[in-house]
Ligand binder design. Structure first.
Ligand code: 0YR
Ligand code: MG
Length: 371
């Protein structure tokens, strides 16, 4: 299965309302930035990372795919997944400028495309190629109702609708106001509206410092918070370890962590309880597998962050024994030949061969930007 073509792409797909905000970002579009890799047996693999649709930065990713990694891949055998990952990830001149950041997420898109190719060549959905589904059902938790930009009354309506109409039993709402007591008030209102049986996680997207996070946790402890996600700066292992030791609320993080080694450092420091790798930020499925196994060996749950908006993670989550639930944000699903689907609060298991990443022609026609 010799690689014969490498075509980068950039899609900017509108989110389902004019814009959304968390504590740190306001976005109008999701960037689907990646590569279509062709082989001499006529198959095409698709892989991508997720961005905030900032075109100039998206072009750094596609330039890296095309100009830096492309020549290393052309003519190679796409079956040699681990060998190619090592060749690309450890290429001295590329690793010199980035063991994380642009070069790492560019590699992520390539690695996903290569897995998509191998699954298609095997005529199997990715979860089956990896070793089969270890869960009969995969629960979905809804993040799309809980943006910080949603006012309190709409937040409550959205949470109730997600439960009563759509069947979700798990929600996540954003926090991270400068005064964390505003977040307590919103959480209390949602808890009161949905009752005690729905789990509610919260996500601060890296906003607070340690004393603010501690003050928040002291007030939030009696409210049954399922997890507190990214309370503080993404790289600050020590502060997360201190917080985790000082509160009974479980700490979740990982969506901004680039490498398996950094995940290990967080876990070794007991700074995280819900491990949240993102296949679009670690260097693809190959590195995601390492992170997931490493967490599972410590008996920590793995709940992926959906930078891919779930297309690949639904496979990884059905497969991995440490995973029983997955985030749900349905912004880009209609761009794919086999879109993610949630019914009654559970993800439907995908069945088509591949990694779930094949784009439709109409998505490419509607949302493409010049690379
Ligand atoms: C907006 N999920 C998240 C959105 C979301 C972010 O930046 O991407 O809030 O991915 O934190 O857990
Ligand atoms: Mg998050």
């Amino acid at each position: 299965m010799k690689i014969t073509s490498i075509e980068p792409f950039i899609l900017h797909v509108p989110v389902n309302v004019p814009s959304i905000s968390d504590s740190t970002h306001t976005i109008t579009h999701w960037g689907v930035v990646g590569v279509k890799i062709g082989t001499d047996n006529g198959l095409f693999g698709y892989g991508y990372t997720g961005t905030h649709a900032h075109l100039e930065t998206d072009r750094l990713v596609t330039a890296c795919i095309d100009k830096s990694y492309g020549p290393l891949l052309m003519g190679e055998d796409a079956q040699d997944g681990d060998r190619l990952w090592q060749k690309l990830a450890r290429y001295p001149a590329i690793q010199w400028v980035g063991r994380a950041g642009v070069t790492h997420i560019a590699l992520s898109a390539i690695d996903i495309a290569l897995w998509d190719l191998r699954a298609k060549a095997a005529n199997l959905p990715l979860w089956k190629l990896l070793g089969g589904a270890t869960s009969e059902k995969l629960e979905a938790y809804n993040t799309d109702i809980g943006w910080l930009s949603v006012p309190k009354d709409k937040l409550i309506d959205g949470c109730k609708r997600a439960i009563e109409v759509d069947g979700f039993q798990r929600l996540k709402i954003k926090v991270g106001h400068a005064n964390p007591m505003v977040d307590i008030e919103r959480f209390e209102a949602v808890r009161k509206a949905v009752g005690p049986n729905v789990t509610i996680a919260i996500d601060a997207n890296g906003k607070w410092d340690l004393p603010t996070a501690q003050r928040f946790c002291a007030r939030a402890e009696p409210l049954d918070v399922f997890w507190l996600e990214e309370p503080m700066w993404y790289d600050d292992i020590a502060s997360h370890a201190t917080l985790a030791q000082s509160t009974s609320i479980p700490i979740a993080l990982g969506e901004q962590v680039y490498t398996a080694e950094t995940f290990n450092s967080f876990m070794d420091a007991k700074a995280v309880q819900y491990v949240q790798p993102d296949v679009t930020r670690v260097a693809g499925i190959t590195e995601y597998i390492q992170v997931a196994h490493s967490a599972h060996a410590r008996r920590l749950p793995v709940v992926a962050h959906v930078g891919d908006m779930g297309q690949v993670h639904v496979h990884l989550s059905y497969w991995h024994p440490g995973t029983t639930m997955l985030e749900y944000i349905p912004w880009i699903k209609d761009c794919f030949v086999e879109p993610i689907k949630v019914e009654g609060g559970h993800y439907v298991r995908p069945e088509l061969p591949g990694a779930g990443t094949t784009l439709t022609e109409s998505a490419i026609a509607s949302f493409s930007q010049r690379c």
